[in-house]
Design a protein around this ligand. Sequence first.
Ligand SMILES: Cc1cc2nc3c(=O)[nH]c(=O)nc-3n(C[C@H](O)[C@H](O)[C@H](O)COP(=O)(O)OP(=O)(O)OC[C@H]3O[C@@H](n4cnc5c(N)ncnc54)[C@H](O)[C@@H]3O)c2cc1C
Ligand SMILES: NC(=O)c1ccc[n+]([C@@H]2O[C@H](COP(=O)([O-])OP(=O)(O)OC[C@H]3O[C@@H](n4cnc5c(N)ncnc54)[C@H](OP(=O)(O)O)[C@@H]3O)[C@@H](O)[C@H]2O)c1
Length: 463
Amino acid sequence: MKKTRIGIIGAGPSGLAQLRAFEAAKKEGHDVPEIVCFEKQSNWGGMWNYSWRTGVGKYGEPIHGSMYKYLWSNGPKECLEFSDYSFDEHFKKPISSYPPRPVLFDYIQGRIKKNKVRDYIRFDTTARWVSYDEDVKKFTVVLDDLKIDKTYSEEFDYLIVASGHFSTPNMPYFKGIENFPGQVMHAHDFRGADPFKNQNLLIIGSSYSAEDIGVQCHKHGANSVTLSYRSNPIGVNWPEGIKEVPLLTHFENDTAFFKDGTSEKFDAVIMCTGYQHKFPFLPDEMRLKTKNNLYPDHLYKGIIFNKLPRLIYLGMQDQYYTFNMFDTQAWLARDYMMGNFKLPSKAERRLDIDKWLEENDKLTSSFDHVDFQTAYIQDLLALSNYPDFNVDKVAVMFKEWLKDKDENILTYRDKTYQSVVTGTMAETHHTEWMDELDDSKERYLYQDESEEMLSEKSEITAI
Ligand SMILES: Cc1cc2nc3c(=O)[nH]c(=O)nc-3n(C[C@H](O)[C@H](O)[C@H](O)COP(=O)(O)OP(=O)(O)OC[C@H]3O[C@@H](n4cnc5c(N)ncnc54)[C@H](O)[C@@H]3O)c2cc1C
Ligand SMILES: NC(=O)c1ccc[n+]([C@@H]2O[C@H](COP(=O)([O-])OP(=O)(O)OC[C@H]3O[C@@H](n4cnc5c(N)ncnc54)[C@H](OP(=O)(O)O)[C@@H]3O)[C@@H](O)[C@H]2O)c1
C-alpha cells in the first residue's frame, strides 16, 4: 500500500515542531507517513533565522524575516520551553530568563539537529500554488526550486500550512505622509536601532513591536521616542525620553498632528501596525481569513480547517505561548494524520469552534488572554501524548511578566523565572539588560570572564 504523503509549508518553529512530532512517533516504533517540508529560505528557523535583507531576497522572493538586531526574548524563556527538550539539556547550565535571538535560535536548532530532520526539508523552495481534488482527496502543490529556477508539482494526502503570520505588513495610510521628508518604514523592515541614534522617532501602534522597537531605540541612543496609539495606550511607566500620544491624524511635511490637538516634528516614522495573515499560494476557499487573534475562526482545535479537514494550519493564533503551543498543535495534528485521533462530525467541530469563539469574545484584560490560551493548551495536551507540563504555573509566570513590564519596562528582562520542565531557577545575566549592547551568543554564554574583560568586549562591539 502506498504511504500517506504529507506536505509541510514552512520550516519555522511550527513546521519544525511537526517534523519533531513525527520523529518522536518514529522513535516509539511507529511507521510514519512520508513527509516533505518546503522552505523558501536557505535555512530553517523561520523568524528566528535573522535576515539582514529587506524587500526581496536573492531570488526575488519577499523577505520573510521581521526580526532585528538586538532583539531579546520579550517573554520569559520558561514560558516557551519545549517539554521534551529543556534549556538545561541544551545549554548544560542555567541561563537567564530573557535570552537574545541568537541564543533562542540555537536552542530551537538543538532539538532537531539531534535527529535527521534536515533531510525532510527542501530549502530555497517556495510553495507557489495549491489545489485540491475532492475525488481523489489529494492536494497538488506547485513549487518553485529557486536555486535552479524550476517549477514542478507534487501530490499530498494532507497539507500543513506553517508559513507564519508576522511577515506581510499591515501598512495604513496617513494624510500627508507622502511628503514626510524622513524615513518611513514598517517594523517588518526594521533591522536595528542604529540608524535612529539622536533622532526624534515616531512609532505608530501600541502592541509588542511598538513597545520593543521603541524601548530598543531609546536604549541605543534615539533622542526621543513617541508612540501613537489607536485603541489603547500601552500604559506602562515610561522613562524620560519615551511618551505615548493618541493616534496621528495627518502630517504636514515633518510635523505630525495628533487627535488630542498636539503636534510635533519628527525625523523618522516606524509603523508598528501589525501584520496580515497572507497565503498567496492558497486559493480563496482554502485560505484562513482572520485578524491577529487568539482563536481564528474555522480551525477545529485551532489547527484543522473545518471546511477541508485534510488542510491543517499551525501557529496561526496570536501568541503568548509560542514554541510549546506549536508542539501541542503538531503532536495532535500528527495523531490525527496517523489515524490515532478521530474527528467528530463537521457540525460537532463547528460547535466546538463556536464555544471557543464565544469565550474569546468575552475576554477583556491581558490576564484573561493568558488564561484563555492556557485553557487552549490544556485542551490540546489532553488529546495527545506530548509530554505534560505545568501549564497553570506557566500562566502564573505570564501574569508575573505582565506585572514586571508594568513596573519597569527597562528592567523586566533582568528578572528570573523557574523552569516547569526541570525546576531549574534561571541565572541572573552577567550584565543588566539596559547596559548590554551585545546580543551575540558568545557574549551571552561567556559568563566566566572578569567584569573588566566583559566591558572591554562590549565596548568593542558597541563601536
Ligand atoms: C519581530 C518579532 C519578534 C518576535 N519575538 C518573539 C519572542 O521573543 N519570543 C517568542 O516566543 N516569539 C516571538 N515572536 C513570534 C514568532 O512569530 C514565533 O516565535 C515563531 O517564529 C512562529 O513560528 P512559525 O513557524 O509559525 O512562523 P515563522 O517563524 O514565521 O516561520 C514560517 C516559515 O515559513 C516559510 N514560508 C513562508 N511562506 C512560504 C512559502 N510560500 N513556501 C515555502 N516556505 C514559506 C518562511 O520562510 C518561514 O521560514 C516574534 C515575532 C516577531 C515578528
Ligand atoms: N521579542 C520581541 O521583543 C518582539 C518584538 C516585536 C514583536 N514581537 C512579536 O511580534 C508579534 C507581532 O506584534 P506586533 O506588535 O507587530 O503586532 P500586533 O500585536 O498585531 O499589534 C498591531 C498594532 O498595530 C496597531 N494598528 C493596526 N492598524 C493600525 C492603524 N491603522 N493605525 C494605528 N494603529 C494600528 C494595533 O492597534 P489596535 O490595538 O488599535 O488594533 C496594534 O497596536 C507578536 O507576537 C510579538 O510578540 C516580539
